[in-house]
Design a protein around this ligand. Structure first.
Ligand code: ADP
Length: 312
């Protein structure tokens, strides 16, 4: 029985990618929840079976580092997705100038991010829209990935509802540009879990720098920022590059030492970062391998979540 009177609406939390987000109380459990109201647009028949099947998969994703999709129901032509309520997000933490992030704190935030990703990749679900404001932080400091798989089902902000394919809003480009991997920027159609690893690397870099690392102003400029940081990819580094749909030859740019971009990072941190920022998605470290990297077992150990600094 999926009736909207199970939830008592409270204030609006914000306008998101897919529509308005409300705070609400689940009268069945007394739990505070966040409800995302997704406009179904002009889809007369409502949400189709593909989308419903995918939402069912998301409801089955249960992990301490994934935000739980508690419920999903249509109401007045909108789809409502009910999530556990979270206090803040990683973007707010990174931006807060009153917060000092120690190397152990950064390690803890990255580890929780990768653990959430590892769980989903194990179940063959990609996130595809990893960015700091999709990493929510709960009352006990636990970081949880939000919006898992939604990019695939509902499309992304920039090209949302531009194409329709069998009734599902469909987009080629899902990622927030600054977190987009080079293979996506080169127009690959067959991408895999590597896109989430690249995005996680951008978030790792952002934790170290306290500002977004590769801030491109267009897709071309984004590639330019990537090349300036890591050098233009050579055929030996990335053999399949020349076969990508949007491949064009670029003027050679050498890579500066990674150390010069991250003067404060430890050797272990830099080693992991460089493996996550590998050009060739086939050679890029997997999330599982990243979690086994000595960065996570060497001192300082990751801060326990409840001890992590958070915005006041
Ligand atoms: P965006 O698409 O821009 O990432 P969202 O749709 O995820 O935004 O969310 C819009 C607003 O609702 C944001 O201010 C976000 O902080 C808030 N929000 C989203 N999910 C939750 C949640 N589970 N708990 C608390 N607040 C949330």
């Amino acid at each position: 029985k999926k009736v909207s009177d199970r939830y008592l609406k409270r204030e609006v939390l914000g306008e998101g990618t897919y529509g308005v987000v409300y705070k609400a109380i689940d009268t069945q459990t007394g739990q505070t929840v966040a409800i995302k109201k997704i406009r179904l647009g002009k889809q007369k028949e409502g949400i189709n079976f593909t989308a419903l099947r995918e939402i069912k998969i998301l409801k089955e994703l249960k992990d301490p580092n994934i935000i739980e999709l508690i419920d999903a129901f249509p109401h007045k032509g909108n789809l409502h997705l009910v999530f556990e309520f979270m206090e803040t997000d990683l973007e707010a933490v990174i931006r807060d100038r009153n917060i000092f992030l120690s190397p152990a704190d950064i390690k803890s935030y990255l580890q929780m991010t990768l653990k959430g990703l590892a769980y989903c990749h194990k179940k063959w679900v990609l996130h595809r829209d990893m960015k700091p404001n999709n990493l929510l932080i709960g009352p006990n400091g636990q970081l949880k990935l939000a919006d898992f798989g939604l990019a695939r089902i509902f499309g992304s902000p920039d090209r949302r509802f531009t194409h329709q394919r069998s009734g599902v809003p469909y987009v080629e480009f899902v990622f927030a540009r600054w977190y987009r991997s080079p293979e996506l920027l080169f127009g690959t159609k067959q991408y895999g879990s590597g896109v989430d690893v690249w995005a996680a690397a951008c978030i790792f870099a952002e934790l170290l720098l306290r500002r977004p690392f590769l801030q491109g102003s267009s897709d071309i400029d984004q590639l330019g920022k990537i090349f300036a940081a890591f050098g233009t990819p050579t055929p030996s580094q990335w053999p399949d590059l020349v076969y990508l749909p949007d491949y064009v030859e670029y003027q050679f740019v050498p890579a500066p030492p990674l150390r010069s971009l991250f003067p404060m990072a430890s050797d272990d941190a830099l080693d992991l970062l460089s493996k996550m920022f590998t050009y060739d998605p086939k050679a890029r470290i997997s999330v599982k391998q990243a979690l086994e990297h000595r960065y996570f077992s060497s001192a300082p150990l990751p801060t326990e979540p409840y001890k992590l600094p958070r915005p006041a």
